[in-house]
Design a protein around this ligand. Structure first.
Ligand code: ZN
Length: 538
């Protein structure tokens, strides 16, 4: 007697092997049999005729740690077919904290990664072990693998300040990283474009990555620049992996800014020559022409280095404000400001917290400034003050052709770079990036079926066995007997994302069932409220 038999589906096992028709039997959370015409009895039978049955997707680049405490069903992800998310990316994680710098780290997380208002976070942990314990107590609707964010680690050891760490601080970071890994962290992430990660030298990162090499854990890096300084930043990531020997994952690989468009050959020459030298390198991508980031990216890093209260003070003081304005003007003239990659007409406000500015969500900064008849930069300053720095934007700066070329590379993994939201409640407020709801179905609908950029089997492999292998997940990512039954069933003829830049809060269509550890979580349009998610450790 099985728990579930999925009958007559087109099995795509995640290895890249062609689809084949078969039944699949599940018992006690595991796949126990893959055969044509399984005749034994089961409590539940799913008819998957004309549907694809594949491993649940593994989202190697997610930010759901910022929302999982608000809604632990992780709906905008599980409804894409995602069953496991790697969180704590881009240098920002909820742990480890230290008692000494608790407030500073919390302020840093709020301003940089929208971890919620101070009174909403409800932090019950200090160490990584306590954080894992906290997560374990939640009824989880998805599996999570938390990374240590470097910004959090550094701030926990030395506060949010500029400059290089002392030798003592350096050692403390290594020790705290090692301890956190022993307590369940899947590796380390950096957000080298952001404060305070940007203060870190390559040599110091290589030292920290030595810990990852010893522990065989992942280094996931949002590199130091994705537009003007893209190529040196890629080389830095490669050097970090080459000199430390650890596994490096370049996060959300892209050619940002018009000047880089079309340079895919140059990009892959660098990446492939590193692979040929034996660097343990991989990368991921989300399938959209805009990135999502904070408006704070448009002001000099020293303005936000000391937290949002200082930032407000600087921007409110007429003289300092003028100084900041001049600094930005010079940077723009020199061609090395965020504005050079994406001028105001390319920057759309996705999310503000206040009532006062709620009508600007979904609009471009140039249009808002026109409407209000104000200077765009002055408006940006005022907005940063009013929203305490916490403004999310969509920045349109990538070329569709490059996205396809990167996608088609055999080493590219699919990821979302998104936190899980929901179409109701707290997580439905404001606008957001459509990738939060649509990244994976968009690949299967737009890029596989409609535009034939990659084969369906290849796309599934990029979403399942490839990330599983990098993460050391031996029992997930492929369909085979004895593997955990994390399974997605979808209709290849109808699957597509429906979330758009103007209307992002919409679930994808075509996902029929999502099974987590042998329990059906998504049953057509319904969430069954089964919460079988776990914190995965390898
Ligand atoms: Zn990032």
């Amino acid at each position: 007697m099985y728990d579930i038999i999925i009958k007559n589906g087109q099995l795509i096992d995640g290895t890249g092997k062609p689809a084949f028709q078969s039944d699949i039997a599940i018992k006690d959370g595991e796949i126990v049999k893959i055969e044509t015409s399984i005749v034994d009895h089961s409590y539940e039978t799913i008819d998957a005729s004309n549907h694809v049955v594949c491993p649940g997707f593994i989202d190697i680049h997610s930010h759901t740690d910022a929302t999982i405490t608000t809604n632990s069903r992780a709906e905008s992800k599980i409804r894409q077919g995602v069953t496991t998310e790697v969180v704590g990316n881009c240098g920002m994680s909820a742990a480890p904290l230290t008692v000494d710098f608790m407030e500073e780290v919390r302020n840093h997380l709020i301003i940089n990664s929208d971890f919620g208002k101070p009174d909403e976070i409800g932090v019950e942990w200090v160490s990584f072990a306590e954080y894992v314990k906290f997560l374990t107590k939640l009824p989880l609707g998805i599996n999570l693998m938390p990374l240590v964010g470097f910004g959090t680690l550094r701030s926990a050891v030395m506060g949010v300040k500029t400059g290089s760490p002392s030798e003592t601080e350096m050692q403390a970071m290594e020790d705290l990283l090692e301890l956190s890994i022993d307590q369940g962290a899947a590796g380390l992430s950096t957000g080298l474009e952001y404060v305070p990660d940007c203060h870190m030298k390559t040599e110091e990162l290589i030292r920290l990555c030595g810990v990852l090499k010893r522990k065989n854990k992942l280094y996931a890096t949002h590199i130091r620049g994705e537009s003007q300084t893209l190529f040196p930043a890629i080389k830095e990531a490669i050097r970090t992996g080459e000199e430390s020997g650890c596994k490096v994952q370049i996060s959300h690989l892209k050619l940002g800014g018009k000047a880089n468009w079309g340079k895919t050959k140059e990009l892959f020459d660098i990446l492939e020559s590193a692979l040929a030298r034996g660097v343990r390198l991989s990368w991921d991508q989300y399938p959209y022409v805009a990135w999502g980031t904070g408006l704070v990216d448009y002001i000099p890093s020293w303005v936000i280095s000391d937290g949002h209260e200082k930032m407000i003070e600087y921007l409110s003081d007429a003289q300092t404000r003028e100084q900041i304005r001049q600094e930005i003007t010079v940077e723009i003239e020199n061609g090395d400001h965020a504005y050079n990659t994406a001028p105001w007409e390319n920057v759309q406000i996705a999310m503000v917290r206040s009532e006062k500015y709620k009508d600007i969500m979904g609009k471009r900064i140039s249009a808002i400034a026109d409407e209000l008849n104000v200077d765009p930069l002055e408006f940006v300053f005022d907005l940063l003050i009013h929203e305490k720095g916490s403004i999310k934007t969509l920045v349109f700066c990538m070329a569709e052709e490059d996205i396809k070329t990167i996608m088609a590379h055999p080493r590219t993994i699919i990821a979302s770079d998104a936190r899980a939201l929901a179409t109701y409640g707290e997580l439905h407020k404001g606008s957001t990036h459509p990738r939060y709801y649509g990244a994976f179905p968009r690949i299967l609908g737009k890029y596989v079926r409609d535009e034939k950029v990659i084969l369906l089997e290849t796309a599934i492999k990029k979403m399942t066995s490839m990330p599983a292998q990098i993460l050391g997940l031996d029992t997930r990512g492929t369909l085979a007997p004895n593997m955990i039954a994390d399974i997605t069933v979808f209709n290849p003829n109808t699957i597509v994302d429906t979330a758009t830049f103007d209307n992002p809060h919409q679930y994808a269509i075509g996902i029929e069932k999502v099974i987590l550890k042998g329990k059906i979580i998504i049953d057509k349009d319904n969430h069954t409220d089964q919460m079988e998610g776990q914190i995965l450790q390898t």
